[in-house]
Design a protein around this ligand. Structure first.
Ligand SMILES: C[S@@+](CC[C@H](N)C(=O)[O-])C[C@H]1O[C@@H](n2cnc3c(N)ncnc32)[C@H](O)[C@@H]1O
Length: 258
């Protein structure tokens, strides 16, 4: 079987890929654009931060198709934002520009200057760190590390919003371990927020044991739950809290190893 992912159209009409390596879709087949907007922009508070013209730093786990980065550019241009945004991301298995050529994501935006952004990014990536400022009119810098997350030097990365967008814990275990979440803690600013589509107890336990405070809310497109985490408890105000101590106990009892 080819390692090249297959292109699909999700139910909201937007592209996604199916990975033949991880045997999983890159996004929710019910709608990739709708899911990304809900999980990473609306629930996280990134769309509010852009509307308020704040400067901030994002870290994304898994650049994949680049959809989240493209949506960030779209929100920024829509709100005529002029603040500084750094978007850090990591990708161990980058797609080729031929695969990216099939995406229709830009047609979900009214800004024609976004049409070639992903093609340009994917046509010129090297191993290690790639620093790209795709649009003159937007003070957004992409810091894209091509390699495994464990090999990224995180020392100088200070994050306000984490987009945890790895494949699921069953197939992409290394990105959902306590060691991974401990590294994210070391990168987090005081009021950092982390959102993920994932609601698995094992993933939540790995976050809880490393000091993340947890809450849950409605997931995208009919999914019952997603997870919201923060280093600052007050940032979870108004959300349904998850019992971190219970999860830590279950982790210590080995409940998730069976
Ligand atoms: C669900 S997809 C990401 C979706 C992406 N955010 C998007 O909008 O298209 C998960 C991504 O994580 C990458 N990945 C898996 N394991 C990794 C690792 N150890 N280090 C870095 N990237 C990894 C995969 O290659 C894949 O592109």
């Amino acid at each position: 079987m080819s390692d090249r992912p297959d292109h699909y159209i999700t139910k909201d009409g937007s592209s996604t890929l199916y990975s033949n390596t991880f045997n999983q879709y890159y996004h929710n087949p019910n709608g990739s654009v709708s899911e990304s907007k809900h999980v990473f922009f609306d629930v996280s508070g990134v769309s509010d931060a852009i509307a308020q013209n704040s400067s901030f730093n994002i870290f994304e786990m898994g650049f994949g198709t680049g959809l989240n980065f493209l949506l960030l550019l779209d929100y920024y241009l829509t709100h005529k934002c002029d603040s500084k945004v750094n978007f850090h991301s990591v990708e161990a298995f980058p797609i080729t520009v031929e695969v990216a050529n099939d995406f229709n994501f830009a047609s979900f935006s009214k800004f024609r200057e976004l049409d070639h952004v992903l093609k340009n990014i994917f046509s010129d990536l090297k191993k290690g760190m790639n620093i790209i400022r795709p649009l003159k009119e937007a003070d957004i810098t992409l810091h894209l590390f091509i390699g495994k997350f464990k090999d990224l030097n995180t020392e100088d990365i200070h994050v306000d919003f984490f987009f945890h967008d790895a494949f699921s814990p069953e197939v992409n275990q290394e990105l959902w371990t306590p060691e991974t979440f401990e590294t994210l803690v070391s990168m987090a600013n005081k009021e950092a927020m982390l959102t993920t589509y994932c609601a698995a107890s094992k993933a939540r336990a790995a976050m809880a044991v490393t000091g993340w405070k947890l809450a849950k809310t409605r997931g995208a497109l009919g999914k019952r739950e997603m997870t919201v985490a923060s280093m600052a408890e007050e940032k979870l105000f108004g959300l349904k809290r998850v019992n971190e101590q219970r999860l830590i106990k279950r982790l210590e009892n080995g409940d998730f190893d069976r």
